[in-house]
Design a binder for this molecule. Structure first.
Ligand code: NAD
Length: 368
């Protein structure tokens, strides 16, 4: 951690081991933030679309940390990012020289924004360099990778979180509150889906080795997370179906998927994901009413409605501002992030069960 950063107040929001209590309120009321003398430095690893259009801009609004470094394999991006964000040449690295970042005191946090199959390697290399790590979703391409990443960060004594921006988005916090607090009675059924048309058939997302499994691990993950968080439980049994309509494009991955999850309370969910169709919604029906977000999971904003009327929350300019500042606060105050590696591991464990169910046609029990 940057030695010059100091804390004058302890955090107001206590994190329970499940991250539940803290997630029911917005964690960043102004009064809960520590005062610091110097912002923590963040380095983005991988300067693709998400870094360009979301993380770079979001890091211009964070209060506890700031964009200080980049790691890229494309030399021309150095000039662009120097011009756009004033990144100093001494804080720029290629993937090969990345490990030298351990000697850089200006960088406290490494944010891994690479294709999914590269998350584990760069998370572990960052941890070995003594840097705290935010890793983009999906955390890895298997549950075992997630465990290895958690262990590596623990051994190195650094914090780890997953880029789960919706853990901080006001509409999502509200539907979670309504579900967990049983505001309209117990949630009985949910429908959640996220999908889009994959414009570029050469994208790494369609390559099983780099993407890890297509739409489910990339987008369906949000639908899984949405249902888990609305009921505040983990699913114990899944069934699933997959379909490939265009085998010339979808090789070794499903084009569309649908799956069902059963939760210990008896709640039941049905979900869809696709790389060929647009879907973005979360609907929950409870004993005495219903609530929904549509659109729900995208980074540009949700719209909420219940049987009583609209849900109106101010959409932050970038959802990642609260997410990244939460991580910086956890680093400063030695707390476990709400969007911890453990949360990322849970989603991968469920994803593996869904793949197994789709491939075998059998229901799969998930042992926790
Ligand atoms: P992208 O394809 O736009 O960018 C990927 C970057 O990785 C590029 O800069 C590319 O040059 C670099 N790269 C390095 N080695 C590569 C290789 N072998 N093959 C391909 N690219 C390589 O992807 P993106 O949309 O920026 O996604 C990056 C990560 O961020 C993914 O894990 C994705 O799931 C995640 N993401 C998260 C969100 C979110 O809302 N949390 C949104 C978009 C993407």
């Amino acid at each position: 951690m940057n030695p010059t950063a100091t804390i004058s107040r302890r955090k107001a929001v206590q994190l329970s081991s499940l991250g539940l209590g803290a997630a029911l309120v917005h964690p960043f009321s102004v009064s809960s933030k520590p005062e610091i003398q110097k912002k923590l430095g963040v380095a983005l690893v991988g300067l693709g679309r998400y870094s360009n259009f979301q993380l770079g801009p979001a890091l211009q609004h964070t209060e506890l940390c700031e964009l200080k470094g980049i790691v890229t394999g494309t030399p021309s991006k150095r000039e662009t990012w120097a011009k756009e964000y004033g990144i100093e040449a001494r804080n720029m690295y290629s993937y090969e020289e990345f490990d030298k970042i351990k000697d850089n005191e200006e960088i406290d946090i490494v944010y891994v924004v690479l294709p999914n199959a590269m998350h584990k390697e760069f998370t572990l290399r960052a941890a070995e360099a003594g840097k705290h790590v935010i890793c983009e979703k999906p955390m890895g391409i298997s549950a075992q990778e997630c465990l290895d990443m958690m262990e590596g960060c623990k051994q190195a004594g650094v914090k780890l979180s997953v880029g789960y921006r919706l853990y901080f988005e006001p509409h999502h916090l509200e539907v979670r509150r309504m579900g967990v607090e049983k505001v309209h009675g117990k949630v009985q059924m949910m429908e959640a889906g996220l999908g889009f048309s994959m414009a570029d058939p050469t994208s790494w997302r369609l390559n099983k080795d780099l993407g890890g499994g297509g739409a489910l691990i990339d987008l369906g993950l949000y639908a899984i997370q949405g249902c888990r968080r609305v009921v505040g439980e983990e699913p114990t049994r899944v069934t699933a179906q997959g379909l490939v309509h265009r085998p010339e494009i979808f090789k070794g991955i499903w084009e569309h998927m649908s799956w069902q999850m059963e939760f210990p309370s008896g709640a039941f969910s049905n979900s869809t994901t696709s790389y060929s169709a647009y879907v973005d919604r979360m609907y929950a029906t409870a004993e005495r009413g219903w609530f929904q977000l549509s659109p729900s999971f995208n980074a540009t904003g949700a719209t909420g409605l219940t049987h009583e009327g609209p849900l109106s929350f101010t959409t932050p300019p970038y959802q990642q501002i609260a997410q990244i500042d939460h991580f910086a606060q956890c680093v400063l105050e030695d707390q476990e992030p709400m969007n911890s590696g453990y949360e990322g591991w849970k989603d991968l464990k469920i994803i593996e069960a869904i793949f197994e169910a789709a491939e075998t046609g059998e229901a799969v029990e998930i042992g926790w």
